[in-house]
Design a protein around this ligand. Structure first.
Ligand code: SAM
Ligand code: SF4
Length: 332
């Protein structure tokens, strides 16, 4: 197994977030416009063959972790066979998925059988009405059933991700964190990010920093930083004393995790992004469709990695407005 590629800032790049669709069955207010977005043509989306080949090429380069994402990955036709196929890629050490959970009751067992071992489920609220307001679809019960199904299928730990927005769901920080007293879940609070074109002009009012979230958590009960926090990517994990679950803080905006960033993203239309917040993209789809041999495609990916930016400048509102796509389109 080759060593993972290293970028110009000595970061080992061993993780790919692979978007398999830009479509979604929700319309979260922080991610998609209510009317939806123009659909990409079928021919624009990477085919199964192309995705499987790309997985093969990147693992051959030493990139050993892949997360399947979207849009909503479970709406892609034949997603289970696609996951099973990716999971058989030689050299792949970890295959995970991020889902909104709406279709999980139906798919959890199949995902486990397909070789997925890690699952992140988005859950911004425990109140069905608020769920309908945030996701613009009345599917809370389906998501809750999906979480139970994932647990039954064997996924552990189950990671629940909540985007925190002031005046919308910040009143539920305590309730969401409280889940960790009753379940072995990892409940992770994500800072709300602004994308362009994105969630409206009152971004600054809605933004709530991870420092403030942590202060609120500390008021609930004694909180210990977990020893494994460093191995959890961008999340810092804590545990309330005696609780089976953990709480996590993900602060893409206020606290750069850029110095340890190990990830690449490929959008569903085959554009490689080395930084979530940079508009720079490399056309991997074109390289695959030109029929270039694997080592030449790998060379193109290596050159993009060499150009991976050192860090983002999200603290700068001008920079924030330059981000050309939203999360459903980049692959969260
Ligand atoms: N549809 C799946 C889901 O929602 O889990 C996977 C794709 S979604 C784009 C991946 C993650 O991006 C989700 O956890 C979502 O909450 C997060 N996300 C989307 N827009 C965001 C924003 N403006 N700020 C912070 N997180 C965001
Ligand atoms: Fe869909 Fe996920 Fe975006 Fe919500 S966050 S609209 S579930 S892609």
């Amino acid at each position: 197994m080759p060593a993972p590629p290293v970028d110009s800032f000595e970061r080992k790049i061993d993780y790919l977030r692979l978007s398999v669709t830009d479509r979604c069955n929700l319309r979260c207010i922080y991610c998609m416009p209510s009317e939806g977005v123009p659909r990409l043509e079928h021919s624009e989306i990477l085919s199964y063959e192309e995705i499987a080949r790309l997985a093969h090429i990147v693992t051959g380069m030493g990139i050993s972790k892949i997360r399947v994402t979207g849009g909503e990955p479970l709406v892609r036709k034949d997603i289970l066979n696609l996951c099973a196929r990716i999971s058989r890629t030689p050299g792949l050490k970890s295959l995970s998925i991020t889902t909104n959970g709406v279709m999980l009751a139906e798919f959890a067992e199949g995902l486990w059988e397909a070789g997925i071992r890690r699952i992140n489920i988005s859950l911004d609220t425990l109140q069905p009405e608020k769920f309908a307001a945030i996701a613009r679809r009345d599917f809370f019960d389906r998501v809750w059933a999906g979480i139970a199904a994932a647990e039954k299928a064997g996924f552990s730990p189950i990671k629940l991700n909540a985007v925190v927005m002031r005046g919308i769901n910040d009143d539920e920080i305590e309730a969401l964190a409280g889940l960790t007293f009753r379940h072995p879940y990892h409940v992770r609070f994500i800072e709300f990010m602004q994308f362009n074109p994105g969630p409206g002009g009152d971004y600054d009012k809605k933004f709530i920093s991870s420092i403030e979230i942590l202060e609120r958590l500390r008021r609930i009960a004694p909180l210990d930083l977990c020893g494994d926090s460093q191995s959890n990517g961008p999340a810092l994990h804590y545990q309330f004393r005696g609780a089976p679950g953990k709480v996590g803080i993900i602060s893409p905006v206020s606290n750069h995790f850029c110095p340890t960033c190990n990830r690449l993203r490929v959008t569903s239309d085959g554009k490689l992004r080395t930084c979530l917040f940079s508009a720079e993209e490399t056309d991997v789809r074109k390289a695959l469709r030109l029929g270039l041999p694997d080592d030449e495609v790998a060379g193109i990916i290596r050159r993009a990695i060499a150009e991976k930016p050192e860090k983002h400048h999200l603290e700068n509102p001008v920079f924030r407005k330059c981000i050309s796509r939203q999360m459903f389109s980049i692959g969260g």
